[in-house]
Design a protein around this ligand. Structure first.
Ligand code: NAP
Length: 269
C-alpha cells in the first residue's frame, strides 16, 4: 500500500452505500481497504476504481459476525499507519415482529450492527489518537430515533451506534480525531432484499439513491457535522431534538421521586 495516499477502510463495500463510499473516497484521493463477504463484488469494484482513479485497493473477504473476520480487520486498523479513515457501514437486519425472528438472525444482526462497529472503532482510535489525526464515519439510521413494530431489534442496534458515537465524540473533543455519525432514512439498496420487506413497499418519494445519500453525508462531513441526517431539510429539527434530549437528561439528575409518584400508602382492607 502506498504511503503517499491516505487509506480509507470501508466495511460492507460490496453493494449499496458502502460501494458508493468506496467510489467517492477513491475520487477524493484515498487508497482503499474494502471489506465484505462477497469477494467477487469487491474485486470487480477494485478493478473499476483502480482504472478510474488509480486507486490501490486491498480487498478483504471477511464475515464481520465472526471472530476471524473481525480480528483480520482490527489488525489492519491497528497496524497500517496509512489508515486515515474508517467507514463502519456494514449492517443489516430482518424486519419483522420480534418474536417471529429466529435466534440466529437476531444474534447475527447484533453481531454485525453492534459488535462489529464497536470492535473496529475501538481498534482504530488508539492509532488515530497517537497520530492526533483520523476520522471514523459510523452509518446508523433514522431508526436509531424511531421504533416500529417490525424494527425493534434493528432500531435498537442503530440506537446503539448513535449513543456509542455521541459519547466518543465527547471523548475526542480537543483532539485531531473526529467521528461523524450518519442517519440515513430509506435508501434504494439491496438492504431490502435481506430485510424481508421489499423496497417497493415504500412510497418512492421517501426513498433516496445511495449516491445522493453518500454525497450529502460527505458534504456534512466536510462541513464538520457530528450528526448528519441527509434527508432532513430543516436542520433545526435535529438541534431542537438534541436540546430537548439534553434538557430531559438534566431533569433526571434529581435524587427525589417526582411528586406524581408520591402516592398515599395503600391501606389494607
Ligand atoms: N438502505 C437503507 O434504507 C438504509 C437506511 C438507513 C441505514 N442503512 C444502513 O446502511 C448500511 C449499508 O446498508 P445498504 O443499505 O447499503 O445495504 P446493502 O446494499 O445490503 O449493503 C450491506 C453491506 O454490508 C455487507 N455485509 C452484510 N453482512 C455482512 C457480514 N456478515 N460481514 C461483512 N459484511 C457484511 C454486505 O456485503 P456482503 O453481503 O458481501 O458481505 C454489503 O456490502 C447498513 O449499516 C444499513 O443498516 C441503510
Amino acid at each position: 500500500m502506498s504511503a503517499s495516499k491516505p487509506v480509507a477502510v470501508v466495511t460492507g463495500a460490496s453493494s449499496g452505500i458502502g460501494a458508493v463510499y468506496a467510489e467517492r473516497l477513491a475520487a477524493r484521493g484515498h487508497d482503499l481497504v474494502l471489506v465484505a463477504r462477497r469477494a467477487g463484488r469487491l474485486r470487480a469494484l477494485s478493478a473499476k476504481l483502480s482504472q478510474a482513479h488509480g486507486t490501490k485497493v486491498e480487498t478483504i473477504e471477511a464475515d464481520l459476525t465472526e471472530e476471524a473476520g473481525l480480528a483480520q480487520v482490527e489488525h489492519i486498523l491497528a497496524t497500517n499507519p496509512d489508515v486515515s479513515m474508517l467507514v463502519n457501514n456494514a449492517g443489516n437486519g430482518k424486519l419483522g415482529a420480534t418474536v417471529a425472528m429466529s435466534d440466529a438472525d437476531a444474534a447475527a444482526t447484533v453481531a454485525l450492527n453492534v459488535t462489529a462497529p464497536m470492535r473496529l472503532t475501538r481498534a482504530v482510535l488508539p492509532p488515530f489518537l497517537a497520530r492526533n489525526a483520523g476520522a471514523v464515519i459510523n452509518i446508523a439510521s433514522v431508526m436509531a430515533l424511531h421504533s416500529l413494530p417490525i424494527t425493534s431489534l434493528y432500531s435498537g442496534t442503530k440506537a446503539f451506534v448513535l449513543a456509542f458515537s455521541r459519547g466518543i465524540q465527547e471523548e475526542l473533543a480537543g483532539t485531531g480525531v473526529r467521528l461523524q455519525v450518519v442517519l440515513p432514512a430509506a435508501v434504494a439498496t439491496e438492504f431490502y432484499d435481506q430485510a424481508g420487506i421489499p423496497l417497493s413497499a415504500f412510497d418512492p418519494v421517501v426513498v433516496m439513491t445511495a449516491e445522493d445519500m453518500v454525497d450529502a453525508a460527505l458534504a456534512g462531513f466536510d462541513a464538520g457535522e457530528a450528526v448528519t441526517l441527509p434527508s432532513v431539510h430543516d436542520g433545526a429539527l435535529w438541534e431542537r431534538h438534541d436540546a430537548a434530549r439534553a434538557a430531559l437528561f438534566g431533569a433526571t439528575q434529581n435524587g427525589k421521586p417526582a411528586p406524581r409518584y408520591l402516592t398515599a400508602p395503600a391501606v389494607a382492607a
